[in-house]
Design a protein around this ligand. Structure first.
Ligand SMILES: [Zn+2]
Length: 242
């Protein structure tokens, strides 16, 4: 199977880091004028839900769950207490979306999972670490103590690759072969060439894989939606995986 996944990294355009990125990473970030719209990210996530629906894609949405903002470099930029968090939860529930935990490494996974389940009111069985940052020694052990069955953390945000997976302590690892960030710095035709050969390899091994598009990147790169549609078309060429 090819899992279409989305990491929810941004909910609140008024978050201080959203404004810092206008200066520090302006080439890879939304137009500051757009940040004035407090529903920017919520509306955009709704838009991606609609795109998935029209393509009959049942995507998995990875969302974090923390009580407090941690202003760390690889921190999550929202908490469960943000009013907009509730809006996102309601939106995902409305689409009966498949939801996974997007965990941060500085809090216990068990606690984050419990908190997410309190809000989403469903048992959560999927997981991906935020920024792919995690404790290599303990991740499988930590996940094995929860209801998580599949982890999507394996992969590279910079390379299209089929990372070798091994199932550890009953946790199935589903490697992510493509992160949309590559479209910021690599030729799209080259990306699709590499994606095709990676999917060929996955199909020959009957290996389930994932593809990750961050919703905010649809706002940043005007061509991102077209790239996403092209990935969906390509994925449909793999009936054994799709
Ligand atoms: Zn993330």
């Amino acid at each position: 199977m090819i899992h279409f996944t989305h990491d929810i990294d941004w909910i609140n355009p008024a978050h201080v880091f959203a404004w810092i990125k206008c200066i520090s990473q302006h080439k890879y970030w939304v137009n500051p004028r757009h940040l004035l719209n407090k529903n920017l990210f919520v509306n955009n996530i709704a838009n991606v839900c609609k795109i998935n629906e029209s393509n009959q894609i049942n995507a998995t949405w990875f969302i974090g769950a923390q009580h407090q903002n941690q202003y760390k470099r690889f921190g999550l930029r929202y908490t469960v207490h943000d009013k907009l968090y509730q809006n996102i939860i309601e939106l995902l529930a409305q689409y009966n979306a498949d939801v996974g935990l997007h965990s941060v490494k500085y809090e216990s996974i068990q606690n984050q999972l419990q908190l997410l389940q309190t809000y989403y009111k469903k048992t959560i069985t999927k997981h991906r670490s935020h920024y792919l940052k995690y404790n290599h020694k303990t991740l499988s052990e930590d996940l094995a103590q929860t209801t998580i069955k599949t982890d999507f953390t394996l992969g590279s945000a910079r390379q299209i690759t089929l990372a070798p997976s091994n199932n550890n302590l009953g946790i199935r690892q589903t490697p992510t072969v493509l992160f949309d960030n590559v479209f910021f710095f690599k030729n799209p035709d080259l990306i699709f060439q590499e994606l095709k050969s990676t999917l060929d390899l996955a199909a020959s091994k009957k290996q389930e894989v994932a593809i990750c598009f961050h919703p905010e990147n649809f706002l940043i790169l005007p061509e991102m939606q077209a790239h996403y549609q092209r990935v969906i078309l390509l994925a449909k060429e793999y009936p054994t995986l799709f």
